[in-house]
Design a protein around this ligand. Structure first.
Ligand SMILES: N[C@@H](CCC(=O)N[C@@H](CS)C(=O)NCC(=O)O)C(=O)O
Length: 201
């Protein structure tokens, strides 16, 4: 499929880091798209029309005029970035990028994004939140800090999809009541600058 001549539609919620990942990569690579704002809080991902598109009822979901549909933020980013400098040429560096993408989904997003949602959007008090969740966030940020202390990017000393994915919820950490360690904070600014996205706090 050529992405050049088939314009895509992104069903996304602007408050969602997973959706913003798709925007970051498409904008960076100059890939045109129509953005259809789809609110999770308003349950627009649970309408019959949306579920017909993506039975998982989740954004981001991307469609093309020929009827193709693709979900999962990291799968979408990987498709958009195919052949670009956001995916390392070296096979081992590429595998490291996948390593961080899988970690992002399994360990990072499930901690930082969930804590942010509970605190910032559901307005839950601390005593209503599983005490293990902030601890998992601290562990995630500690691991990132250790990795970034001697380097500027997650893989191969240049921006890759690993950075685009991990920055998405890390830059919202203040909304989860978390403060970023030094090297993580500097990396967020660096990646925001490279992707030309605004700094939030
Ligand atoms: N692993 C998926 C997660 C997608 C996801 O959880 N999306 C949320 C918004 S961030 C959603 O659509 N939630 C609505 C729902 O589950 O009802 C991805 O990376 O795209």
């Amino acid at each position: 499929m050529s992405l050049d001549n088939a314009s895509m539609t992104v069903y996304g919620d602007s408050i969602s880091g997973n959706c913003l990942k798709v925007k970051f990569v498409a904008d960076r690579l100059g890939i045109p798209y129509d953005w259809v704002e789809t609110s999770v809080l308003a349950r627009e991902t649970r309408t019959a029309d949306f579920l017909a598109l993506n039975p998982a009822g989740q954004v981001p979901t991307v469609t093309w005029p020929d009827g193709r549909v693709l979900a999962q933020s990291n799968a979408i980013m990987l498709l958009l970035a195919e052949g670009s400098d956001l995916i390392p040429d070296d096979p081992f560096d590429r595998a490291l990028m996948y390593q961080w993408l899988f970690w992002e989904q399994y360990s990072h997003e499930t901690a930082l994004a969930v804590l942010r949602f509970k605190k910032h959007y559901l307005k839950l008090a601390d005593h209503e939140i599983d005490p293990g969740l902030p601890l998992r966030c601290d562990a995630v940020l500690g691991l990132m800090e250790g990795h970034l202390a001697p380097r500027r990017y997650f893989v191969g000393e240049k921006l890759s999809l690993a950075d685009s994915a991990l920055v998405a919820y890390t830059r919202f950490a203040h909304q989860a009541g978390l403060s970023l360690p030094t090297h993580v904070a500097a990396w967020v600014r660096r990646v925001e600058h490279e992707l030309e996205i605004e700094h939030l706090n």
